[in-house]
Structures are given as structure tokens and as C-alpha cells.
Write a protein that binds this ligand. Structure first.
Ligand SMILES: CC(=O)N[C@H](C=O)[C@@H](O)[C@H](O)[C@H](O)CO
Ligand SMILES: CC(=O)C(=O)O
Length: 308
């Protein structure tokens, strides 16, 4: 079972490559996370320039080599050409896979149109496993994943699986049910509902909270594998209590970065506009909640870097 995290690394609005090496060690040693999803939602991949995305990907590959199991690089972009360039680059630097979201300004209006776009990106890296990143709430492209998967391997021979970031468990369950013959990866991306997705056949998870709740989530995965469902549920409820709490305060990529800084002690920097840094009030409340849920002892919390 894989857990992937999607960290972002910028400080003073510029990418800060120098923290990636430390962050690899932190994820492996402190969170038990050995699979990384680079330049996705949490990494603000779509807010970076193409050159920045290449640099971030290269740094993860260099620092992660021999330490991480898999590095999947998100190469989705509005421009097909840029997406292809990033796909070729991912292949050149030895990534383990590429992922692509649906283009979200001029949008694909049906399944075939979307597949044709994805196919052209995948063809730029013909040796790399290809993942579709389904995140309809952010892209606005609501084509159901179950429909998209129907016959996809004939169109995209490198198709390897799905990162499914949506709460529609009917759609997710049918993706699994209708593709039992294939060896697809079904990676679930709604961290507060992961246990339900495991029951539906998820083979892994990619999510923002694994940056700091990776260890806790791994305990849930372990309990699930041991068929200790009541422990698994306790772990999921504990994770839900935290996510439910921060969702009510207003939770997004900026807040994720502040929590990542707080928990790891590694400065993640502010997000890039249009995002704005999390408020001091948010950070204080999130910190108190992390402590009360026993996710961290107060001595582990390092927020000295938050203002940097
Ligand atoms: C919209 C978004 O950022 N989704 C993330 C992954 O795809 C999740 O990891 C969520 O941040 C998490 O489930 C909290 O709602
Ligand atoms: C973590 C994750 O799912 C993302 O950043 O895309």
C-alpha cells in the first residue's frame, strides 16, 4: 500500500530547492512516506512556471534517489505543448510515472475529447506509467472517472491508474469493479474518507495530509491490512476530527503549508498569489488541535519558521 504526499517548496514566493533534501529525509524517517507526487495541488504545480516545475522535479529526483520508492510527477497544463514538454522531461530525469489533470480553462466537454488530450501527453513519454488525476472540484471537469476508464488502455497503452480526488464513492467503486482484470492503481485522494475507499478497493492514497499525518495514516492502512477494522476506524475518526476542525476554519493549500511547516520544522514558505499565507489565528488553533488529538507532543511542534 502506498501513501504519497505532495509537498510544495517555496519561500518568499520563489521556489526553495534547498529544503527538498531535508524534506525527503523527514518524510521517510518521521512519516514513513516513500512515494511522492510532485507539482500537484499541494505543490502549487499550476502556479509555477514550466522552468520552475522542471527544477523542482529534478531536485526531487536527485535527492530522492535511493531513499524513495516512487516519484510521480504531475505534468498537467493548459497548453498541450507545455504538458508534453514536462512529460518528456519527466522521462529524461527518470521519474517513475506522470500524472495529468483535465485542462480546466477551455475544457474537454466529453470523455473522448478528454482522452484525446491525455493520450497526446502520454505519447510524449511512451515508457512512463500514466495516471489520470481526477479532481473535479478544482478543474470543473466533471466527466465521471468510471466512464473515462472504459476502454482507456486501447487509447493510452501506458495508462496505469487514477488519482481519484472526489467524494463520489459510486464512481470510485465502479472504476474498481469494472477494471478487475487490469492491474490499475486506484489511488484515493480524499484523506478523510480513505477507509471507505479502501473497502471499495483503493490500492493506495495520494493526499495533502500525508505530509504530516503520514504515520497515522500508515497505522490505519496497517490495521486495515490486518483486518482489524475497529482500529482502522479509530484511526480514520481521529484523522477526521482534525480535518473536520480545520475545514471549518477554512482549509486549503495555504493552510496545509503552514501545518507542514509547524509539524516538520522545515520552512515551506508562503504560497504564491492568488493564494495568501494562513492567518496566525488559524495556525494557533490548528496547533492546539494537533496537540489535543495527540498527533504531536508540544515539544515536537516547531513554529519558529512560520514567519520566514
Ligand atoms: C482538494 C485537495 O487539495 N485535495 C487533496 C488531494 O487531492 C486532499 O488531500 C485534501 O487536501 C484532504 O483530503 C483534505 O480535505
Ligand atoms: C497531495 C496531492 O494530492 C496533490 O498535491 O495533488
Amino acid at each position: 500500500m502506498n501513501v504519497m504526499a505532495g509537498p510544495l517548496l517555496s519561500s518568499s514566493r520563489e521556489i526553495n530547492l534547498s529544503v527538498i533534501g531535508r524534506y525527503v529525509d523527514y518524510l521517510v524517517e518521521e512519516q514513513g512516506v516513500k512515494n511522492i507526487f510532485v507539482n500537484g495541488t499541494t505543490g502549487e504545480g499550476l502556479s509555477l512556471s514550466i522552468s520552475e516545475r522542471r527544477q523542482v522535479a529534478e531536485e526531487w529526483m536527485t535527492k530522492g534517489r535511493n531513499k524513495l520508492d516512487q516519484i510521480v510527477i504531475h505534468v498537467g497544463a493548459l497548453s498541450l505543448k507545455e504538458s508534453q514538454e514536462l512529460a518528456r522531461h519527466a522521462a529524461e530525469i527518470g521519474a517513475d510515472g506522470i500524472a495529468v489533470i483535465a485542462p480546466f480553462f477551455l475544457k474537454p466537454w466529453n470523455k473522448d475529447v478528454l482522452i484525446n488530450f491525455l493520450k497526446e501527453v502520454a505519447a510524449a513519454a511512451p515508457a512512463l506509467p500514466f495516471y489520470y488525476y481526477h479532481i473535479p472540484a478544482l478543474t470543473g471537469v466533471k466527466i465521471r472517472a468510471e466512464e473515462l476508464l472504459d476502454g482507456i488502455q486501447e487509447k493510452i497503452p501506458t495508462f496505469q491508474g487514477l488519482k481519484f480526488s472526489d467524494t463520489d464513492l459510486l464512481d470510485f467503486g465502479q472504476c474498481v469493479d469494472q477494471n478487475r482484470e487490469q492491474q490499475f492503481a486506484f489511488l484515493f485522494g480524499v484523506d478523510e474518507q480513505l477507509l471507505s475507499a479502501l473497502v471499495m478497493g483503493a490500492t493506495g492514497a495520494v493526499g495533502s495530509t500525508y505530509n504530516y499525518l503520514g504515520k497515522k495514516t500508515n497505522q490505519m492502512l496497517e490495521a486495515f491490512e490486518q483486518k482489524d477494522f475497529s482500529s482502522a476506524l479509530n484511526h480514520q475518526f481521529c484523522i477526521q476530527r482534525f480535518i473536520n476542525f480545520v475545514l471549518k476554519l477554512g482549509f486549503g493549500v495555504s493552510q496545509t503549508k503552514a501545518i507542514m511547516t509547524l509539524v516538520s520544522g522545515i520552512p515551506m514558505g508562503p504560497p504564491r498569489p492568488p493564494l495568501q499565507r494562513a492567518s496566525r489565528e488559524f495556525i494557533d488553533e490548528a496547533k492546539a488541535r494537533l496537540e489535543s488529538l495527540d498527533f504531536l507532543s508540544s515539544t515536537d511542534l516547531k513554529d519558529g519558521n512560520l514567519e520566514s
